[in-house]
Design a protein around this ligand. Structure first.
Ligand code: SF4
Length: 322
């Protein structure tokens, strides 16, 4: 079948400007986009630059934008891509959020490696027992194995709604790497790691939009990994104090009353001893009072109907050790 591909290129010949260049090849629809790009480079244009290595979805090297969405070229069938293409032309470009090095190749140093280095994704093991070795439970190994199947394709970062507005955010790919070390029971630096991940532009900037999980081709669920990092930091009180207070107050308020007490949340988030922080809340509290939106102090906060059922859900959840 004839396959038309329009490739967004930017290189020395285009003076760094992105231009669309169209190619046409004869190829079976069951072949992959990576096969098509290799054919174009070998037979029509040896200057076309793209990355590709294993050809089996294992290395995460050939990530690009296909018909407007992030995709791994060696896992993208030409026939299927054509069906989704406007005007019968497959549109191919580099990853949207990464700096382009040339054509479809992006600058991996900025996009991946610096962020991966920042989370120090290796295990610093505790000393093994005098007789024996550090044994890791089977469940833990299975969980870590799932994370270790990350190919560093960057599609979770491509889908991230925070990186769109702030490229300095650590991002789901690096945080998934961080999970690998934080949840390894042999690691000796868990609390220190959680403190570091609480850095500016770190794990707490995640908005829980679930786009990272939607985009991950390996079903590693990066969003859930970030949730797990948050939970661990809160339990270990290893996050920024305000964040830890906020999460704990939110849960305690809903458990006690069946719904959120905003006044309690604001006060407990700041902390009772943080007089300066509490004073800053005063103008906001006065404005809310004038508008009739001032919730009652939490001692007087009414329970919602059925609050005891919500409390029981919390207790069941706590009994399960979650
Ligand atoms: S977590 Fe998934 S989407 Fe993100 S880099 Fe790894 S394999 Fe790719």
């Amino acid at each position: 079948m004839e396959v038309k591909i329009a490739i967004k290129r930017s290189n020395a010949q285009t003076n760094g400007k992105a231009i669309s260049q169209a190619y046409s090849i004869e190829m079976d629809g069951n072949r992959t986009l990576l096969d098509g790009l290799i054919r174009i480079r070998e037979e029509q244009d040896p200057t076309l630059a793209f990355r590709g290595s294993c050809g089996t979805g294992f290395c995460g090297d050939c990530t690009m934008t296909v018909n407007g969405k992030g995709a791994v070229a060696c896992r993208t069938k030409l026939g299927k891509a054509l069906k989704k293409a406007d005007d019968g032309i497959i549109e191919v470009g580099p990853l949207k959020l990464a700096k382009v090095a040339k054509d479809l190749m992006y600058d991996a140093e900025n996009f991946h490696w610096q962020k991966f280095k920042a989370v120090e994704p290796w295990v610093d093991p505790v000393a093994p027992p005098a007789k024996g070795e550090n044994v890791v439970a089977n469940d833990e190994v299975q969980d870590l194995r799932a994370v270790m199947s990350c190919t560093q394709c960057g599609l979770c970062d491509q889908g991230c709604t925070v990186l769109v507005v702030d490229k300095t955010f650590l991002g789901p790919a690096a945080l998934t790497k961080a999970y690998r070390a934080v949840f390894d029971s042999r690691d000796s630096r868990t609390a220190e790691r959680l403190q570091k991940l609480s850095m500016r532009r770190g794990m707490w900037d995640c908005t829980h939009c679930f786009e990272a999980s939607e985009h991950c081709p390996k079903r590693i669920e990066p969003t859930d990994r970030i949730f797990a990092l948050h939970d661990k930091a809160i339990k270990a009180e290893a996050g920024p104090p305000k964040v830890v207070h906020h999460y704990k107050s939110f849960a305690a308020s809903v458990k006690a009353h069946g719904w959120l007490d905003e006044a309690r949340l604001a006060v407990e988030t700041e902390g009772f001893t943080n007089v300066r922080g509490l004073m800053k809340l005063l103008p906001f509290a006065v404005k809310a009072g004038i508008k009739g939106k001032h919730p009652l102090p939490y001692m007087l906060h009414k329970k919602r109907p059925g609050a005891e059922h919500i409390k029981r859900i919390f207790e069941k959840w706590e009994d399960n050790g979650k």
